[in-house]
Design a binder for this molecule. Structure first.
Ligand code: FA5
Ligand code: MG
Length: 396
């Protein structure tokens, strides 16, 4: 196990993120670096909806203090830097070497030791080791992921962990977890909200579940949770050789998803808006009660553009292109004008066995009408970036 400790202050973060030449493993584009260095975090700015939802959740858990150590009640941690070791993000959670979340197509690596955390679970063991037994931990997390209205490469999670007495059974812990989170859903959305449990798999919990809430015509996944694997709890509690199995539950929830449901925010990009038509709809008193419905101030027309290319094979006859390679380019060029990207066509040439894929990009601004010229320019830019940055992986 590595003993490296990640930097905690912003200057050290910046140095690591912008080191030149970048480590060969570094796959972090500039638009991600920029946001990783942003201070304060969105959930620290009143009355941003992420600030409001975080306060409401802390209210439900009757948080006794922030960034402190306490024997009683839940403590809320919200200023842990987003750079963590591979050990913290994966190994300490028993995530196997071949798990897809370790792949550079899914996770943003800085070098072979550090990455941008892909979940707040990266802090579970660390916080247990510091002596915390009931805590919430909020932070910005990073993933190479889909482009649509509920996915964004930087989003915010809140982790919750509760350790039980040695004599608690797995069933008691699971029942407590479900009751706690069902209570949270009611606290946030009222008794009428439609929720359902879905069985899941996480390497670090067993059993594992996800909670979905019905929103805007579809089931939206809001959190993952489960009974922590005893080996992980043992490691965190420092009880390496005791015979009894320590029990704890853990959950990781998506703050954007919960805020979208609570305030009826239709698109995840809105959280990054600096438009006053967005900001003026929220106020500090909404942290405590009343549910407000967000008034969409615009639904400007979308512009659709398709791009298609052949997937090249490397010397071992394997395709190296991953759709997330394209999505990073789209985000880098179009920023928040990119609303959705989906593959609309796929074709394999029987003679060459090469595959071609066609992607449809939906461009739309949340604040204004787009002109054809500006989108043509973005699309042209994208094509040329595909030709250069992905030259080894695809052919236009
Ligand atoms: C996890 O990240 C686990 N660490 C959660 C967990 C914690 C399980 C503790 C067990 C114990 P998952 O990948 O499903 O799980 O993400 C958790 C939540 O983050 C999702 O339910 C969703 O609400 C949110 N989320 C995931 N990806 C995105 C994204 N790209 N944009 C916005 N929100 C996202
Ligand atoms: Mg999930």
């Amino acid at each position: 196990f590595s003993t490296a400790t990640p930097p905690t202050d912003n200057a050290a973060l910046k140095e690591l993120l912008t080191a030149t030449p970048a480590h060969p493993n570094n796959n972090i584009p500039p638009h991600i670096t920029e946001r990783a260095l942003m201070e304060p975090k969105l959930y620290q700015i009143s009355p941003h909806p992420l600030y409001l939802i975080k306060k409401r959740i802390e209210d439900y858990f009757q948080v006794v203090g922030h960034n402190v150590n306490s024997d009683e009640g839940f403590v809320s941690m919200d200023s842990m830097a987003p750079i963590v070791t591979l050990e913290a993000n994966f190994d300490s959670l028993l995530i196997p070497q071949d798990h897809v979340s370790r792949s550079p197509s899914d996770t943003y690596y800085i070098n072979d030791e550090y990455l941008l955390r892909c979940h707040t679970s990266a802090h579970q063991v660390q916080l247990l080791k510091q002596g915390h037994r009931q805590f919430l931990c909020t932070g910005d997390v990073y993933r190479r992921d889909d482009i649509d209205r509920s996915h964004y490469p930087i989003f915010h999670q809140m982790e919750g962990v509760k350790v039980f007495d040695e004599d608690a059974t797995e069933e008691q812990v699971l029942d407590d977890l479900k009751a706690t989170l069902e209570g949270l859903a009611k606290h946030l959305f009222g008794a009428e909200a439609e929720c359902r449990w879905v069985e899941e798999y996480f390497p670090f919990t067993d059993p594992s579940l996800e909670l979905e809430v019905f929103f805007d015509g579809e089931w939206l996944e809001v959190l993952g949770c489960g009974v922590m694997r005893p080996e992980i709890v043992k490691n965190g509690l420092g009880k390496g050789d005791s015979d009894t199995l320590p029990r704890a539950w853990a959950f990781g929830l998506g703050l954007e998803r919960l805020a979208m449901i609570l305030f009826q925010i239709p698109d995840i990009r809105l959280f990054w808006s600096d438009d006053e038509r967005f900001w003026k709809q929220f106020s500090e008193d909404m942290a405590m009660d009343g549910s407000a419905t967000f008034q969409t101030y615009s639904k400007f027309p979308p512009v659709y553009k398709d791009v298609s290319f052949w997937l090249k094979k490397n010397e071992n006859d394997v395709v190296t292109f991953h759709p997330n390679d394209l999505l990073d380019l789209v985000r880098g060029i179009a920023g928040d004008l990119a609303e959705n990207v989906e593959m609309v066509d796929q074709f394999v040439n029987p003679k060459t066995t090469l595959e071609s894929q066609c992607y449809r990009i939906t461009y739309r601004s949340m604040d204004r009408s787009l002109t054809n010229e500006e989108i043509d320019e973005l699309q042209e830019n994208l094509r040329s970036k595909i030709g250069s940055a992905l030259a080894e992986k695809v052919e236009l």
